[in-house]
Design a protein around this ligand. Structure first.
Ligand SMILES: Nc1ncnc2c1ncn2[C@@H]1O[C@H](COP(=O)(O)OP(=O)(O)OP(=O)(O)O)[C@@H](O)[C@H]1O
Length: 234
């Protein structure tokens, strides 16, 4: 039996809203494992706590209690709840990827540079030509029109931003990829392209944990599926 790539134990996160003196539950007592190469899907109603789990793994939410053991290539098993920030930065840059519904990039970076920067994390500047070729392939794969490549994505449509986001996350070929509704607001043709790339990554052994509303999209894609209700897995 191999070691899980990710092992979440008794994870809880709530949010304290000081202005209204209220505590909102994000997720409660969550435990599950993700094995290497596995694709695990999380479904559940809006507000049930799915994204909270992903943000705790990515550590944009600081977990309250529990542990998230990640078997990293660089450091061995690391608890993402308590890992030093420098270690988190390394893992985010080199081993983990996160696709959210929102594009979160530095201002004044062109669409092309966003994807290229991500490619360079894998290729390194010494393989600039290959990184550029791969960047262009990715932009074309996701139908980002060539006349948009040198623009800042601030003005892009929701779907264009999302496709750019996916291109930048997937070009790194992370060994562990978090997907937070990667097909929200995409048309069918784009959904098919995302699916194709997910299948390709899966074939290459990438481990993935994804949230999907679109159950049709998940059909045959996930190895296992969890359903969440009110912060807990049911
Ligand atoms: N930063 C935050 N501050 C306060 N409350 C939050 C915060 N983030 C999430 N919550 C609350 O935690 C609960 C779970 O939110 P979460 O985003 O995890 O749900 P979700 O299942 O991913 O929903 P959706 O499918 O709509 O994206 C919600 O009630 C939400 O209002």
């Amino acid at each position: 039996m191999s070691t899980p790539l990710l092992s979440i134990k008794d994870l809880s996160k709530s949010f304290v809203m000081h202005n209204v003196n209220r505590r909102v539950m994000g997720c409660q007592h969550i435990s599950f494992d993700v094995m290497p190469g596995e694709f695990v899907g999380i479904t559940g109603r809006s507000g049930s706590g799915k994204s909270t789990i992903l943000r705790c793994i990515w550590r944009t939410n600081l977990p309250e209690s529990g542990s998230i053991l990640y078997d990293s290539a660089a450091f061995g098993v690391v608890d993402l709840c308590t890992a030093p920030e420098r270690q988190m930065l390394y893992l985010r840059a080199n081993e983990m990827g996160y696709v959210s519904q929102f594009l979160n990039v530095l201002p004044r970076q062109t669409a092309y540079d966003i994807v290229l920067k991500s490619a360079l994390e894998t290729y390194g500047v010494e393989r600039m030509e290959e990184a550029r070729e791969h960047t262009e392939r990715m932009l074309r794969h996701f139908d980002i029109a060539e006349n948009l490549w040198e623009l800042f994505p601030r003005t892009f449509s929701g779907g264009e931003k999302l496709r750019l986001n996916i291109a930048a996350a997937m070009i790194k070929r992370p060994r562990f990829l978090l997907l937070d509704e990667p097909t929200a607001s995409l048309d069918n043709a784009s959904k098919v392209k995302v699916r194709e790339l997910i299948e390709q990554l899966k074939g290459e052994g990438t481990t993935m944990l994804g949230i999907f509303h679109d159950l049709e999209f998940m059909e045959g894609l996930c190895d296992r599926e969890f359903n969440m209700q009110s912060g807990v897995i049911v």
